[in-house]
Design a protein around this ligand. Structure first.
Ligand code: SF4
Ligand code: SF4
Length: 486
């Protein structure tokens, strides 16, 4: 990398990081004093949430204070961060380029970058500790609520372009970001951002805005996830529905806005590690779509594709295969499906219920409702989480026992009607209700799950008649699960 751009502009006491970072494959690193993000970054984030442009990434609504202040002690127990080191790893044109990998965004064509970047950050942390023995560090790669691009700007390693990506001078937008939180006796630093005026990397360019096939870049630096293929193929618990599926060329992510960016420097070597297994490297779309869950798990181990459930990956594959043909992706997915699909996630829970039991019960309920190919997401959470959802979506600032978010409501029919929506259950409220009624927690959770699912399939309390109908159906379903006697 003899002609490679400088990777840092560090104070002298920190200059030992430059050769280390370069030897580890980084293309940029910078330091900033920890504290609140600049107000414009906090405002932009709040506005993005307010406009619901995070779509179903509800976790983004949590920990607002932590996201906007990286020095908060909750992020780094024992006192909070004092300095943040921001790093960028270039992925340029990716590693594998064959088979299924052609249809995977460049940043994910290889070993899961979270693992690679975490290893690099830990190595840097150890090198810092060798010089400053009392220092403690925490590597962060999407593993804590941190506004990473805002910090990268403060640390002086790049500027945010219209596409919302961080653009590193001489490298471009194809970089993966990580942070190292540091605390202890360390040389002082000043924020790089204050040394100079912020630069506009875009000026008159709007290539990414014009190239985006779904119009997701709705304003400079603002990507509306509800339109972004990257969101739909990676983050969304649901399949890629019309009208976006017809624009899809990847089963994981989207490279269009970074490819057209004039700052993209294709000569920079990719620092990602290759896919570990021969089985994974030779995986093709045709093989993957008929593979069992276990086969996919084995072949794709250690890659970012493992972040998708097998069902979601299959759904993305079907959308890709049927794109531009008369074939219906929905039918193809159904043919490959092996019964109702339920994902159960937990948030802020400490034991109490086994998510696998809730999943099994959910499957049984959907089968009893004769919905063999239905799909739904269940979130088991604490009171604070459900209260936040109530506040944001139901104008109620209080915890409730269960919430349903239906994909098909009234006259609004989703393009993928088999995807029912989300059920959210507060275990804390369920536990209190179970104690009041002398039920077991599982019995109460099951009743709430039934209630939530019935809402998703159209039952309501709108009239006494409808309510009676709903409770009759709920009682029938309750009988599928004999109650435990306390
Ligand atoms: S990732 Fe793709 S869909 Fe999302 S903003 Fe960029 S070009 Fe548009
Ligand atoms: S494509 Fe043009 S407008 Fe978009 S981020 Fe790159 S320089 Fe900015």
């Amino acid at each position: 990398m003899t002609n490679a751009p400088r990777i840092s502009d560090l104070p002298r006491a920190w200059s030992f990081l430059e050769p280390l970072g370069r030897s580890l494959g980084l293309c940029a690193l910078g330091l900033a004093p920890a504290g609140p993000v600049p107000p414009e970054a906090a405002r932009a984030f709040a506005n993005w949430l307010h406009q619901k442009q995070h779509c179903q990434m509800h976790y983004m609504e949590n920990h607002g204070d932590l996201r906007t202040d990286i020095s908060r002690r909750e992020l780094f127990l024992g006192g909070g961060a004092e300095i943040v080191l921001c790093v960028a790893l270039p992925y340029s044109d990716g590693t594998a380029d064959e088979g299924i990998w052609k249809h995977v965004a460049r940043h994910a064509r290889g070993r899961d970058y979270h693992k690679t970047l975490k290893k690099i950050l830990s190595e840097i942390g150890r090198a810092i500790r060798d010089r400053f023995p009392q220092v403690v560090f925490r590597p962060v790669v999407d593993s804590a609520p941190v506004l990473e691009r805002a910090w990268a700007v403060v640390a002086g390693i790049g500027e945010i372009g219209k596409s919302g990506a961080l653009i590193v001078p001489g490298i471009g937008p194809r970089v993966l970001l990580g942070e190292l939180l540091l605390r202890g006796p360390l040389p002082k630093i000043t924020p790089a951002r204050h040394k100079r005026q912020p630069l506009d990397p875009c000026k008159d360019c709007d290539a990414c805005v014009r190239a985006c096939p779904t119009g997701a870049i709705v304003a400079p630096k603002v990507v509306d996830s509800r339109r972004c293929l990257s969101y739909w193929t990676i983050e969304s618990p649901k399949g890629v529905g019309d009208p976006f599926a017809k624009e899809m060329t990847k089963i994981f992510g989207c490279d269009i806005c970074t490819t057209v960016c004039p700052h993209h420097n294709a000569t920079i070597p990719c620092a990602l590690e290759p896919v570990a297994t021969a089985e994974g490297r030779s995986m093709t779309v045709d093989k993957a779509v008929v593979a069992t869950d276990e086969e996919l798990e084995r072949a794709l181990a250690g890659t970012a594709l493992r972040r998708l459930s097998a069902a979601k990956l299959r759904e993305n594959l079907c959308a890709l295969i049927t794109r531009g043909s008369e074939r219906n992706p929905r039918e193809m997915t159904t043919q490959l499906s092996s019964g109702p699909r339920i994902s159960v996630q937990t948030r802020n829970l400490k034991g109490g219920i086994d998510p696998r039991t809730i999943k099994r019960r959910g499957v049984k309920i959907l089968e009893a409702l004769e919905l063999p190919d239905a799909e739904l997401s269940v979130l088991l959470c604490d009171d604070a989480t459900i209260q936040a959802l109530n506040k944001n979506y139901r104008d109620t600032d209080a915890p409730t026992d269960v919430l349903s978010f239906a994909m098909n409501e009234g006259d609004t029919q989703s393009p993928m009607p088999h995807i029912l929506g989300d059920v959210v259950i507060s275990i804390e409220t369920a536990r209190r209700q179970a104690a009041d009624l002398s039920f077991s927690l599982l019995d109460e959770m099951t009743s709430l799950l039934i209630h939530g699912i019935l809402h998703l399939v159209g039952h309501t309390h709108d009239t006494i008649e409808k309510e009676r109908e709903m409770f009759t159906r709920a009682a029938e379903l309750d009988r599928l699960f004999p109650r435990a006697h306390l």
